[in-house]
Design a binder for this molecule. Structure first.
Ligand code: F3S
Length: 398
């Protein structure tokens, strides 16, 4: 891999051990994927922040790196932590877990990482432009950045994202290269998207058919919140990091001409969506709680939920997950207070999957998140009932 003179100096340890270690990691990664060089990035999003997922070795690694002087050189945001960093007691989080989680966040803050603790950094201060090179790591954030914004990022692991944040560069391979962003699968959707669960069921159907980058025709909606949930579901069910939707996503127009050759083609119908929704949901279970916000909810979504509940009150506990900046915005309005009276709590900084839900006695969760239907059963040992927010409110508000 080609290295500039400055990069060689760093690799030789002339700028200290931390930078040397970070660059070594990036060079190793670049060589593995046959990258020709490193390229500058404009921002980083670092996953692997929750004590639940990285435990003691992760905590020790981060603290020792920061104690040795690690400092980010480009704007870097944290992914969700394992708890609401201010109101963790209300969630029922144990003191020991909280103490470890705080140490992880404090160490990263000392390194200059911004504790937005969210998988939707683009909703709260980290919005790249088309063609910006990034090193983001949470799968829903990555697929949103690539597909909806048209920025360029691979899906980084926690350590490689941290290394990129320190150096300000990433290896030039994968989705940083135009040729690797082309769709191969032509998806013809002949049905109608009626709500968010239809949209995420479409992602599920595509994911079950192929791992190739899809070019999707026939989608009748264009909405940021739906696209963030759609991408999250696609990434969860088959690790895709980019998709294109005709007339919706920015790069789709490059592939819409009749001469573009796809390698494969699938058709998805309304019946397929109905079947998918059945597969994504557990039947006949008694839910303990309703969880919304995987990916983190936007302020718009929270306001809509408040509107939908209206003068009623939820008869089942409901938690809405979001970032701290969005929570502050909602608290500035009267919405947070109104929701509290309706038995709805807004939880910041964490999410249904990376919080230690399984230790809180939660066994069955109602959600409208396609991604959560994939992860909650495996990472939280919880059953999932999948239904759109409109139906959730109709069923549980009185
Ligand atoms: Fe975000 Fe957690 Fe879901 S990181 S996409 S809310 S699993």
């Amino acid at each position: 891999m080609f290295l500039s003179k400055e990069e060689e100096r760093i690799l030789n340890g002339e700028e200290g051990e931390v930078k040397q270690l970070a660059l070594k990691l990036l060079v190793k990664l670049g060589e593995k994927f046959k990258a020709e060089k490193l390229i500058k990035i404009t921002s980083v999003q670092i996953a692997g922040i929750s004590y639940k997922t990285i435990s003691e070795p992760g905590l020790e690694f981060i603290e020792s790196l920061v104690n040795s002087g690690a400092r980010v050189s480009v704007p870097a945001f944290m992914n969700p932590a394992g708890m609401d960093l201010d109101n963790w007691k209300e969630m029922g989080i144990k003191d020991e877990f909280a103490e470890k989680q705080k140490r992880i966040v404090e160490a990263l803050k000392r390194a200059g990482v911004i504790p937005a603790s969210t998988c939707t950094p683009y909703l709260c201060g980290l919005l790249p432009a088309k063609n910006e090179h990034l090193a983001w790591s949470e799968s829903s954030a990555v697929i949103f950045a690539n597909s909806v914004i048209g920025a360029l990022t691979n899906r980084e692991g926690g350590p490689s994202a941290l290394a990129s944040a320190i150096i300000g560069k990433t290896p030039y391979y994968g989705l940083h290269l135009k040729e690797n962003r082309q769709p191969k699968l032509n998806v013809e959707f002949s049905g109608k998207i009626k709500d968010e669960c239809d949209m995420y069921a479409l992602a599920y159907c595509i994911a079950k058919q192929s791992k190739d980058i899809p070019y999707i025709k026939g989608v009748n909606v264009c909405d940021t919140d739906l696209l963030k949930g759609f991408g999250a579901t696609l990434a969860a069910y088959n690790s895709l990091a980019i998709f294109h939707i005709e007339n919706v996503t920015p790069e789709a127009k490059e592939y819409c001409n009749k001469d573009f050759c796809f390698e494969d083609k699938v058709r998805i119908t309304d019946e397929d969506l109905e079947k998918a929704k059945e597969e994504m949901s557990e039947e006949g279970e008694e839910a303990d709680i309703i969880m919304i916000g995987c990916p983190h909810t936007s302020a718009k979504e929270i306001a809509k939920i408040n509107e939908m509940i209206g003068n009623k009150k939820m008869n089942k506990k409901m938690w809405i997950f979001t970032s701290k900046p969005v929570k502050i915005l909602i608290e500035r309005s009267n919405i947070a207070l109104e929701l509290e009276k309706k038995n709805v709590k807004i939880i910041a900084d964490t999410c249904p999957v990376v919080a230690p839900i399984e230790e809180l006695g939660i066994k069955c969760i109602v959600t409208n998140s396609g991604k959560a239907t994939f992860y909650l059963p495996s990472t939280c040992k919880a059953k999932v009932i999948f239904m759109p927010i409109k139906e959730i409110v109709e069923k549980f508000a009185e």
